[in-house]
Design a protein around this ligand. Structure first.
Ligand SMILES: *Cc1c(COP(=O)(O)O)cnc(C)c1O
Length: 362
């Protein structure tokens, strides 16, 4: 059987080059005679792997010197707790923009530490757009502003942030990290689970401005304190070694094969435009996000004429090598997740299949 096009929201498809290289290096990594999976995290070989991974991430994202990069576990979901535990230390308050589920889960954890204020929300319209806000809407005494940069479920994305002065901005970039160039210096904390755009599950990347580290109360569990990991260069305990190695390969792929983040962004824009151009013209399929400014280039939710037809589409897509196209259970329909690693051919195959399905079923 041939490799299928996997539109899963996460864990998600990876570049074939990366998988081929990792399988080639599986039994014996370089000249050390054993696998990265079997390697001590304190060994010179692994030290080189994690240092290379950090250096590539710093280079690709232009991360300023006064930011730490942490390689953690626990997924983005653990960051929902770590952020308030480490940052909600002065006024014990934060501001949140509600773009659905992922921010609501973050609110639940923030509430355990202090107060949160929803300063903008798109709940009333079913989270179909990114709500507008300005710096004037923020509370005067909140410790930070929390956003989800790309909402994986609803397919919404911040194309830009308003001017926020010296406000600390915390951003969940799980489903859009490295899909576009961003100015890291505008953020206090950026975090992302690796399983969407950076490799396999198990690794969570945190990029944090140094002055925000070391403020947590003494009662915060050691493993949930950013300072613990920052002080030991993510080596306080065993880091997710194999996922870090795979992330390094993904970053090398972006740098060397793709040619950097600007190029990656251009390809991603092209892929998303192909799907949206088709959806906007189709008589059968409709995009869920109609506000063009709010559209994600990573996750594209859409519907057909009814649930029965959705089911038929999903089943036939699978027979045609297009898998995991079913929408999130909370909103139904379909969702095409087209992360960095989804090749243009995959998107072409999807659009061709949709067009064929439409002709046959309308
Ligand atoms: C997938 C996802 C999460 C949850 O990530 P886990 O690693 O499963 O905890 C959080 N936020 C966003 C935006 C996501 O896409």
């Amino acid at each position: 059987m041939a490799r299928v096009f996997n539109f899963s929201a996460g864990p998600s498809t990876m570049p074939e080059e990366v998988l081929t290289r990792s399988s080639r290096e599986m039994l014996e990594y370089e000249d050390c005679g054993h696998s990265v999976m079997e390697m001590s995290h304190r060994s010179p070989s692994f030290t080189a792997i994690i240092k290379n991974c950090e250096a590539l991430l710093r280079e690709l994202m232009c991360i300023p010197k006064n930011y730490k990069v942490l390689f953690l576990q626990g997924g983005a979901s653990t960051q929902f707790s770590m952020v308030p535990l480490n940052l909600m230390t002065n006024h014990k308050q934060c501001d949140i923009i509600n773009t659905g589920r992922w921010t609501e889960l973050a609110m639940k954890e923030a509430e355990k530490v202090g107060k949160y204020h929803i300063i903008a929300s798109s709940k009333e319209t079913g989270f179909k757009s990114i709500p507008k806000f300005t710096v004037e809407d923020l509370s005067p005494d909140s410790d930070y502003l929390y956003i989800c940069q790309n909402n994986t479920i609803y397919g919404t994305h911040y194309n830009s942030l308003p001017h926020l002065g010296d406000r600390v901005v915390v951003s969940d970039m799980s489903s859009c990290i490295l899909s576009e160039p961003i100015d890291v210096s505008k953020y206090g904390v950026i975090f992302a689970g690796a399983q969407k755009n950076l490799g396999p599950a198990g690794l969570t990347i945190v990029i944090i401005r140094e002055d925000l580290i070391g403020k947590a109360d003494a009662c915060v569990p050691t493993m949930l304190n950013y300072e613990t990991h920052a002080k030991k260069d993510s080596m306080h305990n065993t880091p997710p070694t194999y996922s870090i190695y795979m992330c390094g390969l993904m970053l090398e792929w972006i740098k060397n094969t793709v040619g950097g983040v600007d190029k990656m962004h251009a390809i991603n824009n092209k892929k998303a435009a192909m799907i949206y151009n088709y959806l906007d013209e189709s008589k059968m399929f409709t995009p869920r996000v109609t506000d063009v400014e709010s559209r994600s280039i990573m996750n594209i939710p859409f519907n057909s004429l009814n649930e029965e037809l959705d089911k038929k589409f999903i089943a036939q897509a699978k027979e045609n090598g297009i898998i995991n196209i079913k929408g999130h259970k909370s909103i139904g329909g379909m969702r095409a997740s087209i992360y960095n690693a989804m090749p243009l051919e995959g998107v072409k195959a999807l659009v061709a299949f949709m067009s064929k399905f439409e002709t046959e079923n309308l």
